[in-house]
Design a protein around this ligand. Structure first.
Ligand SMILES: [Zn+2]
Length: 87
């Protein structure tokens, strides 16, 4: 196995893990969306797919830092997806 490991930091819990354990979140017009297919080339934030990490990230304004945003962020879509996908 020679697949190289790419490490990323979860912006919620700040753990550094292999990036395939994290999902990528981007923003479009102030709305956070999950970049499932890694298609959109814009700046992304890496996060565990866990409500806990998501809430941490929201609380600490980590999205604003990671995505270089200021102002209001609509997190409802991501929250919905996380809530429905958590087993
Ligand atoms: Zn995390």
């Amino acid at each position: 196995m020679s697949a190289k490991q790419t490490l990323r930091t979860c912006i919620g819990c700040r753990q550094v893990v292999n990036k395939n354990q994290l999902i990528r979140i981007i923003q479009v017009n102030g709305e956070l969306i999950i970049d499932h297919k890694n298609l959109l080339g814009s700046r992304g934030a890496n996060l565990h797919q866990s409500l806990e990490c998501l809430n941490w990230a929201i609380k600490t304004k980590a999205f604003h830092k990671a995505l270089k945003l200021s102002g209001a962020l609509n997190t409802s879509q991501v929250l919905n997806e996380f809530s429905s996908e958590v087993p």
